[in-house]
Ligand binder design. Structure first.
Ligand code: KIV
Length: 281
């Protein structure tokens, strides 16, 4: 499949074709997402939650993001690879945003970066875009601002904050962003922002009228039932499937029924050559 580009995503908006985005943090998941034909693989700093086990995205560093972005790009997916600028980058200003963006492109292979917020952040978007690195904006419930928001809360619920988000969406676009993630805002506000924007909007908890949707890999595949936000749909229950498979493996190891002699080297008629495990290159 041909590589998805920034221009393709713009054309999809114009043609009314919905954009499919899923988070990815490693090579094997990136390969599966590629086989499924997703348009964009987002190396989200949500890896702080679902990979590192933190309660927020704040502990995620540039080094972590580079490591995971490189794991994803090594799969050479056709989908565009967008990487989050983590906490402690654009919050320090445009020069820090540019440094981190260059590293994500050069060392991680990212094809675009994502910057949360507007206001002071507009200068960061402009600077990174001027360096020819495409930038995605992110408005609404921006998780790096969790403490400023006093928790993970739906944004833009009252008239004043909805009006502010409409203005910010226009400013992010004018700063040069090539797409805009809208997280946890009322669907009607997301519809208005999508209608006013020339760039694609990608919703998560923002209703059905965005130009595309993004879900976290582990949420979409039902890795856990610990906390399932209202906007998540689990298309599989891999958490249960994995637990059940590992329990069966553990049982067979304990009973001595795995491995069989046929699965062992030195079996009569067997070959000595070590085959690589499924999926390894
Ligand atoms: O970090 C992330 O995964 C994200 C998406 C949820 C939009 O920013």
């Amino acid at each position: 499949m041909a590589k998805v580009t920034r221009a393709d995503l713009l054309a999809m908006k114009t043609q009314g074709k919905r954009i499919v985005v899923v988070t990815a943090y490693d090579w094997s998941a990136a390969r599966l997402l590629d086989q499924a034909g997703v348009d964009v693989l987002l190396v989200g700093d949500s890896l702080g939650n679902v990979i590192q086990g933190h309660g927020s995205t704040l502990p995620v560093t540039v080094e972590h993001m580079i490591y995971h972005t490189a794991c994803v790009t090594r799969a050479r997916p056709a989908g565009l690879v967008v990487a989050d600028l983590p906490f402690g980058t654009f919050q320090r200003g445009a020069a820090a945003a540019l440094d981190a963006s260059i590293r994500l492109v050069q060392e991680g292979g990212a094809e675009a970066v994502k910057i949360e917020g507007a206001g002071e952040r507009l200068a960061c978007i402009e600077t990174v875009v001027r360096a020819d690195i495409p930038v995605w904006g992110h408005l609404g419930l921006t998780p790096q601002s969790v403490h400023a928001f006093s928790g993970y809360r739906v944004q833009g619920k009252d008239e004043q904050s909805a009006a502010r988000l409409l203005v910010q969406a226009r400013e992010v676009e004018e700063a040069g962003a090539s797409a805009l993630v809208l997280e946890c805002i009322p669907w009607e506000l997301a519809r208005q922002i999508t209608a006013q924007a020339a760039i694609p909007t990608i919703g998560i908890g923002a209703g059905p009228h965005c130009d595309g949707q993004v879900l976290v890999f582990q949420d979409l595949l039902g890795f856990s039932d610990d906390f399932v936000p209202k906007f998540v749909k689990q298309y599989a229950r891999l958490g249960d499937a994995i637990t059940e498979a590992v329990q069966r493996y553990a049982e067979e190891v304990r009973q001595g029924t795995f491995p069989t002699l046929e699965q062992s080297y030195g079996a009569p008629g067997g070959r000595g050559k070590v085959k690589k495990s499924a999926g390894r290159p």
